[in-house]
Each structure stands twice: as C-alpha cells, then as structure tokens.
Ligand binder design. Structure first.
Ligand SMILES: [Fe+2]
Length: 188
C-alpha cells in the first residue's frame, strides 16, 4: 500500500505471527493465509462503502494479534491490549485507537449496533475464512476429518454471522453452502 504507517503495522504483526507460528506448528501460515487477506478484503470494502482508512487497516492487521500471546479464548481482548500499546508508539490518536479497539472487538461476531469501520473489519474477517486456504491448513493441523468437521460446522455459521453487507453475504452464501455439504459428508 506504499504508506509508511501501513508498513510499520504490517511488519509488527508479521513478526509476531512468524514467531508464534514457529513455536505452534513449525511453519509460517497465519499472517499470509489470514491476516493479510483480512486486510486486503477490508481495504476493498472500505473503498466500496467508505470509512476511515487508518482505523480499518490497523484493526484488520491487529485483530488476531492476541493469538500470538496466548490461546484462542478471549484473544480479541488480548489483541486490543497489544494494539493500544503499539498504536500509541506509532502516534495514533486516542480517538483512532478507540475506534480500532472497537473494530477488533467486532470480529468476535457478537450482536449490537456497529459503526461502518466495525462492520467492514468483521465482514472482512468472516469473508477471509471462505476465501483462503485457512480451513485446509486447519484440517491438516487438527489431523482427522471427524474433529475438523465438528469444528468447521460451527465456524461456517460463526463466519457467516460476521458478514454485515448484503452483497457480500450473497457472494459468500454459495461457498458456505458447499462447505456445509462437505461437513455433512465427513460427519457421517
Ligand atoms: Fe480473524
């Protein structure tokens, strides 16, 4: 994207995942397969629907960074903690930081009124799961299709719920529907 602050955020997050991936499974995947894709989709949605670029990009890059310092449970809160410290260092304003934190929280997929930036980042997070090899790598990491299928069954619906725009829901529905069929077959 060619902007100094963008590369600063990108490098920070990339390094954190590179370290945690090495410990977790021995190969790097999460940043490229998920985080980078979420950010690209978020930027595409921002160009389509509007919203603050600095907020959208920072939240997209940082939304899962909590995973690098602990488990999956409540990782959004951990991401917020890390984002607050880091963004202060690269001179984000208090107001921007607050908006970024809210957009990170929105990726939890819970209900409630959402700002445009929150909708964009949550939607991008939901869509990225369907548009990358993330599920395939997860299947490999889980090791058997029965357990993977149970995990995927919940994940499909959770991610569809994160998609806040009609166009994008319609675009992802056929993908979700094919995955539901696969899950059904693996579970029997
Ligand atoms: Fe995510």
């Amino acid at each position: 994207m060619g902007l100094h602050w963008v590369s600063e955020i990108q490098e920070f997050v990339k390094k954190k995942f590179s370290r945690s991936d090495a410990e977790f499974c021995g190969f790097e995947w999460y940043f490229e397969e998920h985080v980078e894709k979420v950010t690209r989709i978020a930027e595409m949605l921002r160009k389509k629907y509007g919203g603050d670029k600095r907020v959208v990009i920072a939240a997209a890059y940082l939304h899962d960074v909590g995973l690098t310092e602990g488990g999956v449970k409540d990782h959004e809160e951990k991401s917020i903690e890390i984002a607050k410290q880091f963004l202060k260092r690269i001179s984000y304003s208090e107001d921007e930081i607050e908006k970024v934190c809210k957009a990170i929280l929105a990726t939890k997929g819970e209900g409630g009124e959402k700002s445009l930036e929150e909708k964009i980042v949550a939607t991008a997070d939901g869509m990225a799961h369907f548009l990358s090899n993330q599920f395939l790598i997860k299947a490999f990491l889980v090791g058997n299709f029965q357990d993977f299928a149970s995990w995927l069954e919940k994940k499909i619906e959770k991610n569809m719920k994160k998609i806040h725009f009609g166009d994008e829901r319609n675009e992802m529905e056929p993908v979700a529907s094919r995955l539901r069929k696969a899950v059904g077959a693996w579970k029997t």
